[in-house]
Design a binder for this molecule. Structure first.
Ligand code: PAF
Length: 282
């Protein structure tokens, strides 16, 4: 695997590979890789002649009170994991090169970004769509891989790619879970053993809600209330949101129908975790 920090160099490599008619798959990450990321990488390596992964902890998607400085980082370990999976290039740009002095341009999707995670993290998705656009311009991929675990992010990036006519196929990959159902996340490492146990309330509540919908419940507010109560009943959990939304513009549904996402965010101790499941409801 080749580590590339220089953005122009990355663009030159991608142009040369594309001229050789090689398909480029791209997996953007913030590093500290787990099986969830590696699944995206494996899919890209299987689907494309060239795979580029990026490791960049993007400051513009963290709020002032959030964990940008403490966000876990381990480049050597990440490089070993990416090398083992057959990744060709790792883009690892400097913050000063991505956001040089005078930087003043942002990409903002105007629907679906101020709900769910966007409500408690006001500029988060603006930071995500900006950096993903920039990374796309650096890597020039044919396909880009995103996890369904960050469901809102995935839907917003799809919207951006469609709205801005970006010639990139967005590939969604299912959430990877621990055996008991907890979604893998770089932030799980912050959990104490008791919190790790308590964190399961998120997936269990999503599952329970899915079952109730499959059994015929269509009242969105009743389902939302039941989710909120279930999370509040766990002493170590502090609810951020529990919502059932449409998958087009992430509107909360009073009546459950169509392609939907059931989504929960909660603090377990001081660690904020998110998870979601997708359903097609007749
Ligand atoms: O999902 C992530 O890790 C980040 O939001 C992403 C897509 C790499 C952009 O910084």
């Amino acid at each position: 695997v080749k580590l590339i920090s220089n953005i122009t160099k990355m663009q030159e490599i991608s142009e040369a590979r594309a001229l050789e008619k090689k398909r480029i798959g791209f997996v953007p990450t913030m590093g500290y890789l787990h099986q969830g990321h590696l699944q995206l990488v494996e899919k890209s390596v299987a689907d494309n002649e060239i795979t580029v992964a990026s490791v960049f902890v993007n400051p513009t998607q963290f709020g002032p009170e959030e964990d940008y400085d403490e966000y876990p980082r381990d480049l050597d370990r990440d490089l070993d994991l990416l090398q083992e999976r057959g990744v060709d290039y790792v883009l690892y740009p400097d913050v000063e090169d991505v956001y040089p002095e005078g930087f003043a341009t942002y990409v903002q999707v105007e629907k679906g970004t101020d709900v769910l995670c966007g409500r408690s993290r006001p500029n988060h998705f603006k930071g995500v769509t900006t950096v993903v656009s920039k990374l796309f311009n650096m890597v020039k991929p044919h396909r880009a891989y995103f996890g369904q675990k960050d469901g809102q992010q995935l839907l917003i990036i799809r919207r951006m790619v469609q709205d801005l006519n970006m010639d990139i196929e967005v590939v969604a990959c299912p959430t990877v879970r621990e055996e008991d159902g907890l979604a893998l996340s770089s932030r799980n490492k912050y959990l104490s053993p008791e919190e790790r146990e308590a964190a399961l309330i998120i997936y269990n509540t999503l599952q329970k809600t899915r079952e109730r919908i499959e059994e015929g419940e269509r009242d969105g507010w009743a389902l939302k209330k039941a989710m909120e109560e279930a999370i509040k009943a766990e002493p170590l959990a502090n609810l951020d949101y529990a919502s059932i939304v449409s998958r087009d513009y992430l509107q909360e549904l009073s009546r459950i129908e169509g392609p939907i996402m059931i989504a929960i965010a909660a603090f377990i101790g001081s660690t904020r975790l998110i998870d979601n499941v997708w359903l097609e409801v007749e």
